[in-house]
Write a protein that binds this ligand. Structure first.
Ligand SMILES: Cc1cc2nc3c(=O)[nH]c(=O)nc-3n(C[C@H](O)[C@H](O)[C@H](O)COP(=O)(O)OP(=O)(O)OC[C@H]3O[C@@H](n4cnc5c(N)ncnc54)[C@H](O)[C@@H]3O)c2cc1C
Ligand code: HEM
Length: 395
């Protein structure tokens, strides 16, 4: 339990975290990933190289310090961390490692004059308090996932029942549990974790579920990234019949149940969770669904047949596609060419901004969509997005 004096110390470190938080978390990850090889497979090396994970952790520590007197304000942040941890199976035994490395990083980055024994002690108690909150929420989530119909704990073996090429760079994997049992119904928009062994090394990656829940199988759709470890392995070395180790679904970028029109906007492979959301909404009834997809060109545009079929079958479904590059021969003819524009959105979305919007794609794309939706009058809490990696600031 933090004393009042320790709370004051945590609050006093806020300015240091504002300016030096990233240097601290950078050093923290260096210490942890070098000193504790057992946690290396949990982390995506490219998020370390880009610095996005260091920034996400620095932002979280700063938010925690700022709200040390109002822990209830941490709700959305804690939910995001817990979901990401759950889909990667972060277990309680790892927390002491993080605590030890964080305190060592505080001492080494801030130096003995700032990081006095009292400061380090206060951060030790504060870390344990946050760790207890996260571990408690994660334990509840693991228990709920294990006890739900079709649920499980840890990794479960799934067979690749079908592999379908959706475009020049996206391939779908239809996954059925090897044990033949039912599979947990997830919330459209959620993702699973995969534990892969690639050329002798373990890695973990998240993939959004790209089809609505059906009780017996899952579908993920993976874009081949240049030199990407997991995506190239899945495309090239996991055949139909291959076995994948799957962690249960998690994620808080999920479809709400309002009757307002549903607007789904995606860039590139960001289409995957929006497909599951559209399919679920269409199967449930009359909700109006507007689906806008931006792709580089016709060759990499995936799921055109699915969108065409939904347009023919459901009067309440309307889809638009825009290619950045003028069409490289063949169908379909896009509804627009070039980068996204405010004018397109104004033209295709219901006037007045009274709808629920979900969007996902590269960061500059999402920043533009967020600004545009604001301009069109969509309230912040009905304009939702997710990153295919650690969350970042969009403004
Ligand atoms: C919630 C969530 C949902 C997701 N859903 C999907 C989905 O539905 N479909 C999908 O395809 N992906 C999805 N992703 C992304 C996915 O998890 C992987 O990040 C993606 O497949 C790339 O992994 P990889 O191992 O192939 O590439 P990585 O090996 O992680 O590399 C990624 C990129 O970084 C570059 N890179 C790596 N290391 C370095 C370095 N040292 N220096 C410079 N560049 C480097 C690589 O060349 C590559 O282009 C999701 C991610 C999250 C967090
Ligand atoms: C109080 C302790 C912790 C805090 C505050 C914390 C915070 C965070 C944050 C902010 C993210 C990014 C979430 C997102 O936006 O995607 C994250 C992701 C992650 N965390 Fe934690 N975490 C803690 C403990 C741990 C522990 C003990 C482990 C295991 C060693 C761990 C492993 C991970 C992994 C593997 C990711 C995903 C990283 C990636 O994408 O490469 N975390 N955590």
């Amino acid at each position: 339990m933090l004393t009042n004096a320790q709370r004051d110390i945590i609050k006093a470190t806020v300015p240091l975290l504002e300016t030096g938080g990233e240097a601290l978390t950078k050093h923290f990850y260096k210490l942890m990933l070098q000193g504790y090889p057992q946690v290396r497979p949990l982390f995506n090396q490219s998020h370390q190289t880009s610095g996005s994970q260091q920034r996400a952790l620095a932002e979280a520590v700063l938010t925690y310090a700022r709200n040390i007197d109002h822990l209830e304000a941490l709700g959305p942040l804690a939910a995001r961390i817990v979901n990401k941890h759950v889909a990667l199976q972060i277990l309680p035994e790892y927390y002491p490692i993080v605590g030890t490395c964080l305190l060592r990083a505080i001492r080494e980055v801030l130096g003995p004059e700032v990081a006095t024994d009292a400061v380090v002690e206060a951060w030790g108690v504060a870390y344990q308090q946050l760790a207890d909150i996260l571990m408690g929420a994660e334990r509840k989530a693991y228990d709920a996932l294990a006890s739900a119909p079709g649920g499980w704990r840890g990794a479960r073996a799934f067979r690749v029942a079908r592999k379908v090429k959706e475009s020049a760079e996206v391939c779908s994997f239809y996954l059925e549990p090897v044990d033949g049992g039912p599979v947990l119904d997830f919330k459209p928009g959620q993702y699973i974790g995969l534990r892969l062994c690639v050329h002798g090394s373990e890695i973990r990656r998240n993939y959004s579920l790209s089809a609505a829940p059906n009780g017996c199988s899952y579908r993920i759709s993976v874009k081949r990234e240049p030199s990407g470890v997991s995506s190239n392995f899945l495309h090239d070395e996991v055949p139909e019949g291959g076995i994948l180790q799957v962690f249960p679904p998690a994620g808080e970028f999920t479809l709400n149940e309002s009757g307002k029109p549903l607007v789904l906007i995606s860039g590139g492979v960001g289409i995957t969770p929006t497909l599951a959301m559209a399919e679920a909404a269409l199967s449930r009834g009359e909700r109006h669904v507007i689906f806008i997809h931006y792709a580089r060109n016709a060759l990499v545009d995936a799921f055109t047949d699915v969108l065409k079929a939904w347009s023919a079958r459901f009067a309440q479904f309307k889809s638009y596609v825009v290619y950045e590059e003028a069409q490289l021969g063949g169908a379909p003819v896009p509804d627009g060419v070039g980068r996204p524009t405010l004018e397109q959105l104004r033209q295709w979305l219901p006037a007045g901004g009274d709808f629920d919007a979900y969007f996902l794609g590269p960061k500059p794309f999402m920043a533009f969509i967020k600004r545009s939706l604001r301009e069109l009058g969509v309230p912040e809490d009905r304009s939702r997005y997710e990153f295919f990696g650690p969350a970042e600031e969009l403004n």
